[in-house]
Ligand binder design. Structure first.
Ligand code: ZN
Length: 376
């Protein structure tokens, strides 16, 4: 693909450059998630200072509030949110379906588990698309492949995602087969509706069935210029298997994105198997919950009383603003006091951590020492 260049490989791990109208994304890379056109607690100035090269915004949230028409009037998402570097939007499908899957299996809750975002109430899936009720005011919407692509064109992200069906982990093989067939038809409609120069990812589904993943991967590779892998659930071992099934089926020269995955171990596992891009709410959500990354792969939980008088920074090896200036004890105090500053400083550190981790990984791949870095 002309917009994606692979510069070096170390085993299956690869370093490359994805060229977009708003700049180059060095791969492997991690997209922080800015659900509502903001990475929670960080300004675009912070993101640039950290070295973030791309953010992901959620189509579902933005179509409901403030609405794609309004964002378009401001010249698109880049201008609206004051971020002039690359942006990716998802198709909106995941949020629309995530509760639907729960409802299908007897839950009547309209709010997700833990601190998850409130979710929509799913009404109906038809050949045309998905009808759902907004989590904000209960109003009814329909999302179709054509509408998802039109909204993503209005938002104006550099990278977009085709509209896809979302399987349930409880689906039988036959149900899963029907789901990937629907994803194929919606994928073809998404392609037909695609009129911009935005790079569109097709999404590989098929749950934990090898034959379906292979089938979906072949279709996606034949029709799309960029490959996303979705519908991931289950344990780490299964995730590795799914990637190992999909990657050999897709062209070497297309970028590969693992949707919604991005804990440290997942990044290593994915990159080792040839994945280029990741997005995940983990670093921002963890920060808000007092859970902070320490190099290379430890988590420090500020809730623990042993940090009450700890003078050390979160991570003595970290060069970020938070670690250069503040102690664990101070951050723990801010956390329990509910200070807004806590969220800024903690999120700054966690996003800095992820950004530098992928940078270190890129350097290691370039020097053929990915496995050595992983072992440290
Ligand atoms: Zn730090």
């Amino acid at each position: 693909m002309k917009n994606f260049k692979i510069l070096h490989k170390d085993g299956k791990a690869r370093v490359g450059e994805l060229i977009t109208p708003h700049g180059i994304i060095e791969t492997p890379n991690f997209n922080p998630v800015g659900t509502q056109a903001a990475v929670k607690a960080l300004s675009p100035k912070d993101l640039k200072e950290i070295g973030v090269q791309i953010v992901l915004a959620n189509t579902y949230h933005l179509m409901l509030r403030p609405g794609a028409d309004l964002i378009e009037k401001f010249g698109g998402l880049h201008k609206f949110m004051g971020w002039d570097k690359p942006i990716m939007t998802d198709s909106g499908g995941f949020q629309v379906f995530s509760l639907g899957i729960a409802l299908e299996h007897g839950s009547s809750k309209v709010v997700g588990k833990g601190d998850s975002e409130p979710r929509p109430r799913l009404n109906k899936i038809t050949e045309d698309g998905v009808t759902f009720q907004s989590h904000l005011d209960g109003s009814r919407y329909i999302l179709t492949p054509e509408k998802s692509i039109r909204i993503q064109a209005q938002l104006g992200a550099d990278l977009i995602v085709a509209f896809d069906d979302h399987e349930s982990s409880k689906h039988t093989h036959d149900e899963m087969l029907k789901s990937i067939e629907l994803t194929k038809r919606w994928g073809l409609r998404s392609l037909k509706a695609h009129k911009t120069n935005q790079l569109m990812y097709g999404v590989v589904h098929g749950g934990t069935h090898k034959d379906l993943r292979v089938r979906s991967a072949k279709f996606t590779d034949k029709n799309f210029e960029a490959i996303a892998i979705g519908g991931i659930y289950g344990d780490r071992q299964k995730l590795c298997e799914i990637i190992d099934w999909v990657v050999p089926q897709v062209s070497e020269e297309k970028p590969r994105h693992l949707l919604g995955i991005g804990e440290v171990e997942d990044l290593f596992n994915g990159i080792e198997r040839g994945i280029d891009l990741f997005d995940c709410v983990a670093p921002t959500r963890r920060a808000r919950n007092g859970s902070l990354y320490v190099y290379p792969d430890r988590i420090l939980n500020l809730r623990q009383s042993r940090f009450t008088a700890d003078k050390k920074p979160i991570d003595p090896q970290c060069s970020c603003y938070t670690c250069a200036n503040f102690s664990r004890a101070y951050l723990r105090h801010l956390f329990f006091a509910g200070e807004i500053l806590y969220h800024q400083l903690a999120t700054y550190h966690n996003i800095h951590f992820m950004t530098n981790l992928v940078k270190d990984i890129r350097e290691a791949i370039k020097e053929d020492r990915f496995n050595k870095l992983r072992g440290t």
